[in-house]
Design a protein around this ligand. Structure first.
Ligand SMILES: [Zn+2]
Length: 431
C-alpha cells in the first residue's frame, strides 16, 4: 500500500551532526521509503493512505543486536545473582524444563514487547529448532536467528544436532524474507576448538555470518589465558573466525590489543550495557572502541538479565553509564547511541538496506506520539529518544511498509493468550 506520512517530524541522517530533525512528508511505496521532502503529492506520489503527521515523530526502527527472545519467560526470576551463578545455577536448569510451546509463547512475549517499544529488527540466539523461529516469523518483525551451538568436539553428536537445528530452520523458514540466519556458537567456554572449526566450516558452506558471546566476564578472560595463553578475542582471531561477518555480543573485558583486532577485522561488537551492569560484569570500553572505530551496536540481552527488551532503556543507559564511569559528559552522546541502535545494528544483522530513514531504504519505521510530557516541548527529538522517552510513546511500527502495530493495535497477536501461557509455563517450571 502507498502510505504517506504528511508533515511529520522526522529524524533523518546528517553527515555533520549524525542526525537532524525536520518536518516533512515521508512516502512509502512497495515496502520502501520512496520520498522524503516538502510535498510528496506535488512530486507525483499518489497515496492510498494518508496519516496526519501532526504531533508525531518518525524514526528508523530500532534494532536490538543481541537477545534471547524465549528467555522473556524468565523475566524477574533470576535477579541479583553473579553471572556464573545466574547462568549455570539458575537459567540453565530452568531451560532444561522448557517445552516447545513454552519457547513459542516466551518468544511471542518478547516480540510483543519489542514491537510496543519501537523495535523493528533483532538478533536472536536461541536453544531449539522450529518453535522459536515460528513465533518470530509470525510476529512480522525482521530478525537474524542463530541457534545457540554448544559442543565439546567436532564429533560431538549433540553439537552436530544443534547445527542441524540451524539448517532445519533455514530450510523451513528461508522463504520469509524478513528472516536471516547465522551460525551461533554460544561462547568459547561452552565449545572447544574442534567444534568451533566445524561451525566455521558450516558458516562457509551455507554462507552465513557468526554470532557469539565474547569477553563477557573476568572469569572468561582468566580461564582463556589459563587454557589458551591469550585473550578470547585473540583466540578467535587466530582461528580465523573474524574473517566471517561476526557479531560478538558483550565485548566487556577487552585489552588494547583486543580493541585493535575488533576494529581491524570489522567485527560488530553488540554491547549490552544494562545486562553487563546488572550481572556485575562491568562496563565495556565504549569510548575507546568508538575512538578506534569498532563497529558498535546495542543489544538488550534477554529479559532474564535486563529485565526488559526495551531499547530506549539501553540507549539511555549506555549514555549515562559511560558519562558517569568516565566522568565525562561527552563519553557517549545521544546521537552516537541512536546510530548504534539503528544503522549499525541493521548492518550487524546483515540487513543492508534498513536502519536509516532515507529514500531507497526499507520502510522499517517507528512512529511516536509526541503528545507526552516526556517528549514536550519538542526541542531535540534525538535527545528525547535517549534521555526522556520511556518507549511506550511508540504508537505505530512499520516493517517493509506494512504496519505490524498501528495506533497501538497489533491485530495478529493475542496478548491475553500470550500472558496466560507464559504465566502457566513459569508456574510449572519454577512454581
Ligand atoms: Zn546473550
Amino acid at each position: 500500500m502507498n502510505t504517506l506520512f504528511k508533515s511529520i517530524t522526522a529524524i533523518v541522517p546528517d553527515s555533520e551532526n549524525g542526525f537532524v530533525t525536520k518536518v516533512c512528508d515521508v512516502a512509502i511505496k512497495d515496502g520502501l521509503i520512496c520520498y522524503i521532502g516538502d510535498d510528496a503529492e506535488k512530486n507525483g506520489f499518489i497515496p492510498e493512505k494518508t496519516i496526519n503527521g501532526k504531533d508525531k515523530l518518525i524514526t528508523a526502527g530500532l534494532v536490538n543486536s543481541h537477545t534471547h527472545s524465549y528467555m522473556s519467560l524468565f523475566r524477574n526470576s533470576a535477579d541479583d545473582l553473579m553471572f556464573h551463578d545466574w547462568l549455570f545455577g539458575r537459567i540453565m536448569p530452568m531451560e532444561d524444563k522448557l517445552t516447545a510451546d513454552d519457547m513459542y509463547y516466551g518468544t511471542q512475549l518478547a516480540c510483543l514487547e519489542m514491537i510496543k517499544t519501537g523495535t523493528t529488527a533483532f538478533l536472536d540466539m536461541n536453544i531449539a529448532r522450529d518453535a522459536i523461529t515460528r513465533a518470530i516469523s509470525e510476529s512480522g518483525l525482521k530478525a537474524t536467528i542463530s541457534r545457540g551451538l554448544v559442543g565439546n568436539s567436532r564429533d560431538d553428536e549433540g553439537g552436530k544436532a544443534r547445527i542441524e537445528d540451524t539448517l532445519y530452520d533455514m530450510r523451513t523458514y528461508g522463504g520469509n524474507k524478513r528472516l536471516k540466519f547465522m551460525m551461533g556458537p554460544h561462547a568459547i567456554y561452552t565449545t572447544d576448538r574442534g567444534y568451533l572449526e566445524l561451525v566455521m566450516e558450516k558458516a562457509a558452506e551455507y554462507k552465513t555470518g557468526i554470532n557469539i558471546h565474547l569477553s563477557e566476564s573476568v572469569k572468561e578472560i582468566e580461564d582463556c589465558y589459563k587454557e589458551h595463553g591469550c585473550s578470547p578475542v585473540k583466540y578467535l582471531d587466530d582461528m580465523g573466525m573474524f574473517d566471517f561477518h561476526t557479531v560478538a555480543a558483550h565485548c566487556v573485558q577487552l585489552s588494547d590489543e583486543d580493541i585493535e583486532i575488533l576494529a581491524k577485522k570489522g567485527v560488530y561488537a553488540a554491547t549490552n550495557p544494562i545486562s553487563n551492569a546488572k550481572l556485575g560484569n562491568g562496563f565495556a570500553r565504549i569510548p575507546d572502541m568508538l575512538e578506534k572505530g569498532v563497529r558498535l551496536c546495542i543489544g538488550t540481552d534477554s529479559a532474564g538479565s535486563n529485565n526488559t527488551l526495551n531499547m530506549f532503556s539501553d540507549m539511555n543507559f549506555i549514555c549515562l553509564a559511560h558519562k558517569g564511569n568516565h566522568r565525562s559528559a561527552t563519553a557517549v552522546s545521544a546521537r552516537q547511541a541512536l546510530k548504534m541502535a539503528t544503522e549499525n545494528g541493521a548492518k550487524a544483522l546483515g540487513f543492508e538496506n534498513t536502519g536509516i530513514l532515507k529514500e531507497g531504504y526499507a520502510a522499517d519505521l517507528t512512529v511516536m506520539d509526541m503528545k507526552y510530557p516526556s517528549l514536550q516541548p519538542v526541542n531535540d527529538p534525538v535527545a528525547a529518544m535517549c534521555y526522556s522517552a520511556s518507549g511506550y510513546e511508540v504508537e505505530s511500527v512499520m516493517v517493509d511498509g506494512e504496519f505490524i502495530m498501528e495506533n497501538r493495535v497489533i491485530p495478529h497477536m493475542d496478548e491475553e493468550r500470550i500472558y496466560f501461557e507464559c504465566n502457566q509455563a513459569m508456574k510449572r517450571i519454577d512454581g
